[in-house]
Design a protein around this ligand. Structure first.
Ligand code: SAM
Length: 270
């Protein structure tokens, strides 16, 4: 029998392992896995969630970066035909390659140090994902679920809300983990829209406009967007260029991105 605790938690891999069975149960109730689901867990660690997911899953792919955890995971779950282990970096993982027509249900108590880039990476695969349940730093979940006009409304909010419905499900205190993190955590459900409520002509341009606008969030659009859109062009959208980015709704950013698209097209044609 392998002693699971011989493995020393590593800070650089954002390792805070779940140890509270009540919270694990609540997470499982929120996920509610079905036998027909294709589940994918990011960062299984020592297997606290993996073990519960395998009670239902017909297929569970897991991606773990820490090589030292691989023998332990194989020993615990390797004989289960539903279990497929990928050793590697979830930030570089091609989620489309494994979905094979059955949209993925993605799950993870994510390493907090890479959670934002990982969410952006996953948004690129929104069309092969059915839903995502993540444990994240509470502040990150608050930013994802934020309303316009608040200090939390920013680049992460807009890009996540462009692709997904966001539900802040419940908070999780530090004592539920070993070692305990210094911050509060929360569970979020992200459900990619099958039909986007505000589709942009090119979502890469939406990303560009949002990034530029929030680079200096205290400044007006007139200042932050001047490198990419002339002020008259901004105002043709009906949006006041003296506004600051947090005063705009998602639909306004889409209007600006579409204007930028048309502006670029007119340049190409002339
Ligand atoms: N799921 C386990 C649990 O709840 O106890 C572990 C969660 S721990 C917060 C995060 C896990 O993600 C660790 O096992 C860590 O090694 C793994 N990890 C860190 N960076 C990763 C990456 N880039 N790709 C895949 N896994 C990663």
């Amino acid at each position: 029998m392998v002693d699971l605790y011989q493995h020393r938690a590593r800070k650089r891999f954002g390792q805070n392992f779940l140890q509270d069975m009540n919270i694990i149960d609540r997470i499982m109730q929120a996920i509610h896995p079905l036998r027909t689901d294709h589940l994918l867990e990011i960062g299984p660690g020592r297997g606290a969630l993996t073990q519960e997911l395998l009670k239902e899953a017909r297929q569970l792919d897991v991606i773990e970066l820490d090589q030292d955890l691989i023998p332990l995971l194989n020993l615990r779950f390797g004989l289960n035909p539903a279990f497929h282990l990928h050793q590697g970096d979830a930030l570089k993982f091609n989620f489309a390659e494994i979905s094979l027509g059955n949209p993925l249900r993605v799950v993870g108590n994510l390493p907090y140090n890479i959670s934002t880039p990982l969410i952006f990476h996953l948004l690129g695969y929104a069309d092969v994902i059915k839903d995502m349940h993540f444990m994240l730093q509470k502040e990150v979940v608050e930013r994802m679920a934020a309303e316009p006009g608040t200090g939390d409304w920013g680049r992460l909010t807009i890009m996540v809300q462009y692709f997904c419905q966001v539900e802040h499900l419940f908070n999780v205190p530090p004592a539920c983990f070993t070692p305990s993190p210094k911050v509060d955590s929360a569970i979020v459900r992200l459900t990619p829209y099958r039909i986007l409520p505000f589709p942009a002509k090119d979502h890469k341009l939406l990303e560009l406009v949002v990034r530029e606008a929030f680079n200096q969030r205290r400044k007006t659009l007139r200042n932050t967007l001047k490198q990419i859109l002339p002020i008259e062009t901004i105002e043709q959208t009906g949006i006041n260029a003296s506004l600051r980015p947090e005063q705009l709704m998602l639909a306004d950013f889409v209007k600006l991105a579409d204007k930028l698209y048309d502006y670029k097209q007119s340049y190409k044609e002339s």
